[in-house]
Ligand binder design. Structure first.
Ligand SMILES: Cc1cc2nc3c(=O)[nH]c(=O)nc-3n(C[C@H](O)[C@H](O)[C@H](O)COP(=O)(O)OP(=O)(O)OC[C@H]3O[C@@H](n4cnc5c(N)ncnc54)[C@H](O)[C@@H]3O)c2cc1C
Length: 403
């Protein structure tokens, strides 16, 4: 599958951070992880930290799937507003999903500190504005009320308050203190380096081409003819996971982003907060540690790499114009632009867990705009499954929920 165009900013910026070998022998491990993106890296870290023998295989170079294309906003607010999610999955599961995402942001921050991973993790406020007047009663006010009921601290801003903070107008907005931003590519690399220290083995350029589900585990075959015998398999292969599922749970989309040349000012806009909106698809903006503006959105509801990439110039121009309408006084020049494939689920939640057709196998599929926080949730749930510990949150993300 073609996941992205060739110039995502994070990959160009950091390049080949670490070198990993391809698998050249047969292995026997507790857990084999298919995929060395941010999800596989988090799962590998948690499992190896729990004392399990772990191996990670990626058919590409490490982190060079969707992870290096990610724009790295960490938000507890998932693509479905809480009031909508409540209608879809019930009050308890919806509220818990939001709270788990909140906790995940703090946990990712803690990991970067503890493991000294230089992934530009920074806490940021999240500013979510009403794109149209009618979104105030229909979305912002409902969302404000329900988040407060769940104990989530959030501030409701009216047009006047917004005008004091930003050069653009919006009829209302929610401001939360609890967002963050990160370089997902560096984070994945750092977590895998920490996993190596825990005894894990990491191989890139090693595609798993065959999975045999046996009575006591799985037998994997790689493209080079080697085998991995594992008690458990974790499928953390991102948007390519649908190849392994006997039913479809995702819709594939195309999305676009660009990053500007560095600017001179340190504070580019109010607190350099994360900015996004109620419209679908939404426009989103963040800044980077080296003072760039990063803007994304203009999603299309198709998976067709050729069509996706042909649109890159037009989409970049549209995103630049959209940014200019919000911040007419910030002079930007696009440095890099890229497009990526993106997956969403019906309820906006990830799929984590197993299906009865594939024994000894867990899926860790963090789909949607919150892929990275979902990956953190997946890593903890799968760690608990693997060590035989009960996880009360696992039921929220099972495959059964959509049936
Ligand atoms: C443009 C863009 C912007 C985004 N912005 C955000 C954001 O702001 N915040 C956020 O939280 N999320 C965001 N996301 C989503 C986020 O990037 C993804 O959720 C995340 O990168 C998925 O990580 P992953 O490890 O699951 O998948 P990947 O990074 O794709 O890793 C999966 C790996 O599995 C490997 N693989 C596949 N099949 C096999 C096989 N058979 N054998 C061996 N290896 C295999 C692939 O080579 C790949 O490297 C964005 C995504 C895109 C494209």
């Amino acid at each position: 599958m073609d996941l992205r165009t060739s110039e995502p900013y994070w990959l160009l910026k950091s390049g080949l951070l670490n070198v990993y070998p391809s698998l050249q022998e047969d292995l026997k491990v507790d857990v084999a992880i298919m995929g060395g993106g941010i999800t596989g890296a988090l799962v590998a870290y948690y499992l190896s930290q729990a004392g399990l023998s772990v191996t990670v295989c990626d058919r590409r170079h490490i982190g060079m799937g969707s992870t290096c294309a990610s724009t790295g906003l960490l938000q507890y607010e998932i693509d479905k507003p809480l009031f909508e999610l409540t209608e879809l999955v019930g009050e308890q599961h919806a509220a818990r999903s939001y709270l788990l995402c909140l906790e995940s942001i703090a946990k990712i921050g803690e990991l970067t500190r503890k493991l000294k991973i230089n992934a530009e993790f920074e806490r940021k406020q999240s500013f979510y504005y009403a794109s149209r007047k009618k979104d105030v009663p229909d979305q912002i006010e409902k969302e404000y009320k329900i988040r407060r009921q769940c104990g989530i601290e959030v501030e409701l801003l009216g047009a006047e308050a917004i005008a004091k903070l930003f050069p653009f107008q919006a009829p209302a907005a929610l401001l939360s203190d609890t967002g963050a931003q990160v370089d997902a590519y560096r984070l994945a690399q750092g977590l895998l380096q920490a996993s190596l220290k825990n005894g894990a083995r990491v191989f890139d350029q090693t595609e798993i081409v065959e999975i045999e589900h046996q009575s006591r585990g799985v037998l994997l075959r790689t493209e080079h003819g080697h085998t991995i015998k594992a008690k458990k398999l974790v499928i953390a292969n991102g948007y390519e996971a649908h190849n392994y599922l006997p039913f479809n749970v995702i819709r594939l989309h195309s999305t676009y982003a660009w990053v500007s040349e560095p600017l001179s000012q340190k504070e580019i806009w109010y607190q350099n907060c994360l900015i996004w909106e109620t419209a679908t698809p939404y426009l989103y903006m963040r800044t980077t540690a080296d003072r760039r503006v990063l803007v994304g959105g203009k999603d299309e509801t198709f998976y067709s790499p050729g069509k996706r990439d042909k649109l890159l110039t037009r989409k970049t121009r549209e995103l630049v114009e959209a940014f200019g309408r919000k911040f007419p006084d910030i002079p930007i020049r696009v440095d890099f632009a890229w497009a990526g494939t993106f997956a969403e689920t019906e309820d906006g939640l990830p799929y984590i867990g197993s299906i009865k057709q594939l024994p000894h196998t867990y899926f860790a599929l963090g789909f949607g705009g919150n892929g990275i926080t979902f990956s953190q949730i997946a890593a903890e749930i799968i760690r608990d499954f693997a060590i035989g510990k009960k996880n009360a949150d696992a039921k929220i993300f099972t495959f059964d929920r959509s049936k």
